[in-house]
Every structure is written in C-alpha cells, then in structure tokens.
Design a protein around this ligand. Structure first.
Ligand code: CU
Length: 194
C-alpha cells in the first residue's frame, strides 16, 4: 500500500504514513498472535473438555456393565445339613460373559438370620509322613476372567455355610469388587460327600 502512495505526496507525509502502516501491521501481527494463542488455549481446553466427556462416558459404560450383570450363575445348590450339623457348603458355576474380570468378594444370606458365608478352598497336601492332609483356606476373593467359568464344587472352591439352612431354597447375595451385587438361589440337595 505504501509503495502505491502518490509520488506528489511530500516526503514527510509519505514517511509518517509508512511509519503508521508499519505500526498498524505490528499491532495487527501482535493481535493475530494473541488470537492464535487464545485459539490454541481454547483448543487445549476443549481437548481436555472432550477428554473428560469421553472419560465420563467410559465411566457410564463401565457402570452399565457392572460385574454382577456380566456374570451367570448356574447349577447353584447347597448340601442339606446332616442332622445336628451347624456347617454345610454351597456350590455353583460362575460364568463371566463380560469383557473384563469379575471378582466375587463375598456372599451374604439375603433373608437375614444368623447364617454366615465364607468363600473357601479345599487344599490337599502331604505331611512329613506322607499322610494326606485336607484343610480349608479362607478366600478373600474369587476372580472370574472374561469368558471363563469358575466351578465351585466339592473338593475345591466352595461356599462354607456357618448355620444349617433347612429351607428348600437358600438365597444368597453375591457381591463383586466393583460394588455390584446380585441374588443367587441355591437349591437344597442331599447328594454326594463333603
Ligand atoms: Cu470350607
């Protein structure tokens, strides 16, 4: 623009016009830089906003896919307590149809009462004299991998029932590591050995 200034214009005025133009350009440049900076900051913020929105959606997603909802309990039964016994055991298959691990952390009797439930594992070993020893280990949790089925069965992992349920069916609440829970109905049977 300055180079197109009329030649007739006195030097001084052309000079000051050039100076004004240069000053204007500098101001425009610095304002553009500010605008670009602001845009970059906005983009960074909106990235963070987007990331937090995606995060919330993922949280919602995992909340929808609660561990209790991805698990199927099958063949749930408990051994009818022997006369006078105050302890018996319950068994079932636990299939995880979800895409992440489901971890059982406890079972509780839903109907209240004084029945106490522990997750146990029967462990067989030999003592120094070669005699077989059978003991039970208290399990804090039972993890079921995605796509896997864990079998709670006589001689292995089981639910130890401290109490002698007499009803035809026993309802226990199974609780998972993510805080989700569901009820499982165990059917009374008289079969098998402990
Ligand atoms: Cu036991």
């Amino acid at each position: 623009m300055a180079s197109n200034a009329p030649l007739a214009r006195p030097e001084g005025r052309v000079g000051s016009s050039l100076a004004r133009t240069a000053g204007l350009r500098a101001r425009v440049r610095s304002q553009l830089r500010l605008a670009a900076f602001a845009l970059r900051r906005y983009a960074a913020k909106s990235d963070r906003l987007l990331a937090s929105m995606v995060g919330s959606l993922l949280l919602c997603g995992s909340a929808l896919a609660a561990q209790a909802d991805s698990v199927v309990f099958r063949d749930a039964w408990f051994r009818a307590p022997l006369p006078g016994a105050s302890v018996t055991a319950a068994y079932c298959d636990v299939e995880n149809r979800g895409h992440s691990a489901a971890t059982l952390v406890r079972f509780d009797a839903s109907a209240g009462g004084d029945l106490k439930v522990e997750m146990h594992e029967t462990v067989r070993s030999q003592d120094a004299d070669g005699l077989e020893m059978v003991r039970m280990r208290h399990l804090q949790e039972v993890e079921v991998s995605p796509g896997a089925t864990v079998t709670l069965a006589p001689g292995g992992r089981h639910l130890m029932l401290f109490g002698a349920p007499q009803a035809r069916n026993l309802t226990l609440q199974a609780s998972f590591a993510d805080g989700s829970a569901r009820e499982v109905v165990f059917e009374r049977r008289t079969e098998g050995s402990p």
